[in-house]
Design a protein around this ligand. Structure first.
Ligand code: SF4
Length: 204
């Protein structure tokens, strides 16, 4: 129904669905241009940024596959390409050797640091829109993402602050915070990384 312009006329959700569809097409094109300039494919860039921003014990191949909405096989292929380029190291997780942890090499760190501006063309474009409109958009898109998350279509990884499992400053020392889910103490640095298991305390 969303591709039929006549049907869209009297159907708000169809119009918004079409708008979101067009946006994803445009974002794909914009990020492709930025990726070409960086010398990587968009999915390689996502892999490097995933390793850079994800808490080290959660930076697994499986979580990467979920984060970008692809299959495990595709994720492994992308990661193996970056291992060959000596940008990523793979290692079995100590607690469960079936799980593969990903870590940037020192070259990978440098490459990922240079990619921090990836996606900037989209942000620049949004900066041209009035603040009030952006505030409503943020609210609306938040609801869309929450609905997608509930259906398992998207993983929203966030740092610890605002997570129901987070117990900040639970003790003294280098790992002061505690996560009730993974039942581990966390350093400040680890708590600031993205976690795919973040569960927002908002509305709880
Ligand atoms: S589950 Fe929550 S508290 Fe635990 S590491 Fe993830 S974000 Fe932090």
């Amino acid at each position: 129904m969303i591709f039929d312009p006549n049907q869209r006329q009297n159907n708000r959700s169809a119009r918004i669905s079409m708008a979101l569809f067009r946006m994803t097409q445009a974002i794909k094109k914009m990020t492709q241009l930025e990726s070409d300039a960086a010398g990587f494919t968009p999915i390689q860039i996502q892999a490097l940024l995933f390793c850079l921003h994800t808490r080290s014990d959660a930076a697994t191949v499986g979580n990467f596959a979920h984060a970008i909405g692809t299959t495990h096989v595709t994720a492994v292929k992308v990661i193996n390409g970056l291992v060959q380029k000596e940008l990523i190291n793979k290692a079995a997780k100590l607690e469960d050797r079936r799980v593969t942890l990903l870590q940037l090499t020192s070259e990978g760190q440098l490459a990922a640091a240079k990619l921090e501006q990836w996606g900037q063309s989209l942000e620049d474009l949004l900066l041209t829109i009035p603040e009030e409109t952006l505030a409503s958009l943020e609210l609306g898109l938040g609801s869309v993402i929450a609905a997608m998350q509930q259906e398992g279509h998207v993983v929203v990884a966030e740092p610890c602050l605002g997570c129901i499992h987070f117990h900040p400053n639970a003790r003294e020392g280098s790992e002061p915070h505690y996560c009730g889910l993974v039942q581990k103490h966390l350093s400040n640095e680890a708590s600031l990384k993205e976690c795919p298991e973040h569960t927002s305390s908002e509305g709880v």
